[in-house]
Design a protein around this ligand. Structure first.
Ligand code: PLP
Length: 383
């Protein structure tokens, strides 16, 4: 099978597989036990924490190791909201982009239902880029508890001006949370210099393991603990650490520079070739965010007149795995929430496919699959 769904998850890098296989051999004890084997496991975790911190420009003590990006987003949103509320009970507003990943979008809505948070969505342009003047106006209000805007969009790949957002929030002393899940491994970043209050970083979209993710909490930022119980992670996230996954994350962090280079050269060339040839073959398509700064591996394409689930299945039969912008959890084709929020029609929102490339993909794959897409789209659009 040809795999073009790296924004969902990307196969483990060889270095990661090797490190995790090695770790399987010695993974015996709980890193929270005081005996020799427990302390050996602890040392491996602390070594990994230093390597990860170094790769993302943070201090090791600022990293809270969690089990998924969803969990880390939730810990940041609840943690910042509760801390801000404690200091200022009027601080009830959460400012966010309307196209955050569901791990942010759904959880801020739940914060509204459970804790009375008031959600204010930022205006965006057609590419989904937030309006910085709108943000500037909003954060003047001391009832804003926090701001949450992602670094790179999971469907469109469009980048947000997150460093500018961070600056605007810092000037008003409003904590800013940034979901950098799709950013890691594709672009370099330095959390220390970025000014963000909190950030979520995950590894499995860039060939790292699932089952581990990082919540960065800048020194001095107040963020209440949500997952309590054991004293792990300095009481900021209870639960026995997943040593195997943490060591896999360490391995991918050792090659972030190489990964970024592969994305910005080989993968970008491949993606650009794909888009050029696809547009030549099917001029009626729209590549969402085409003119904006985007992740170099992502093409989110609206195939007008074609249902995305049907096209996805057709490509699957032809040996190619791609993602749809529409969630099909119940077997029903749901429109892409992102496209609807950006003003696309409902028909467009059920007609989009996400192609997301990774290091294992080749030009030969693109050349083999392009005619399949063209044939399928022409047949479906004519039906
Ligand atoms: N944030 C973004 C931008 C994502 O793309 C994803 C996953 O697709 C997540 C958060 C959640 O990641 P996970 O499912 O690993 O918890």
């Amino acid at each position: 099978m040809i795999y073009w769904d790296h924004n969902a998850t990307s196969p483990l890098r060889p270095r990661v597989k090797k490190r995790m296989a090695e770790a399987l051999e010695f993974e015996t004890a709980n890193p929270n036990s005081s005996h020799t084997l427990g302390q050996t496991a602890r040392n491996y975790i602390e070594q990994a924490r230093r390597t990860i911190a170094n790769a993302i420009g943070a201090k090791p003590q600022e990293l809270v190791i969690g089990a998924s990006a969803t969990e880390c987003n939730l810990m940041a949103l609840y943690g910042l909201f509760l801390a801000r509320n404690k200091a200022n009970p009027q601080a009830k507003k959460i400012v966010a982009s309307p196209i955050e990943h569901s791990s942010v979008h759904e959880n801020i809505k739940i914060l509204g239902d459970r804790l009375g948070a008031e959600i204010v969505f930022l205006k965006t342009d057609r590419n989904g880029i937030v309006d910085l003047n709108h943000l500037r106006d909003l954060v003047k209000d001391s009832s804003v508890a926090l701001v949450s805007v992602m670094g790179a969009h999971n469907e469109t790949g469009v980048l947000q001006p997150w460093l500018e957002i961070s600056k605007i929030c810092a000037e008003q002393k409003i904590p800013y949370h940034c979901d950098l899940v799709q950013y890691f491994g594709r672009f370099a970043f330095n959390l220390d210099q970025s000014g963000v209050a909190t950030a979520t970083v995950s590894f499995h979209k860039a060939g790292g393991p699932k089952g581990v993710s990082i919540l960065y909490i800048r020194t001095g930022v107040q963020c209440e603990s949500i997952i309590c119980g054991g004293g792990q992670e300095k009481k900021r996230r209870a639960g026995t650490e997943n040593l195997l996954a943490i060591m896999g994350a360490e391995a991918v962090c050792e090659e972030t520079e190489e990964l970024q280079k592969i994305h910005q050269t080989q993968i970008k060339e491949l993606r650009d070739y794909f888009e050029t040839e696809l547009t030549k073959a099917l001029p009626q398509i729209e590549i969402v965010g085409h003119a904006a700064n985007r992740l170099c591996n992502t093409s989110f394409v609206v195939f007008r007149g074609v249902k995305s689930d049907a096209l996805m299945m057709n490509l699957d039969i032809n040996g190619c795995c791609v993602g749809t912008g529409s969630a099909c959890g119940s077997g029903m084709l749901l429109p892409s929430r992102t496209l609807l929020a950006l003003g696309y029609s409902k028909d467009d929102a059920v007609s989009a496919i996400r192609f997301s490339f990774g290091p294992s993909n080749t030009l030969d794959e693109v050349k083999a699959i392009l005619p399949c897409i063209e044939k399928a789209v022409k047949k479906m659009a004519a039906a």
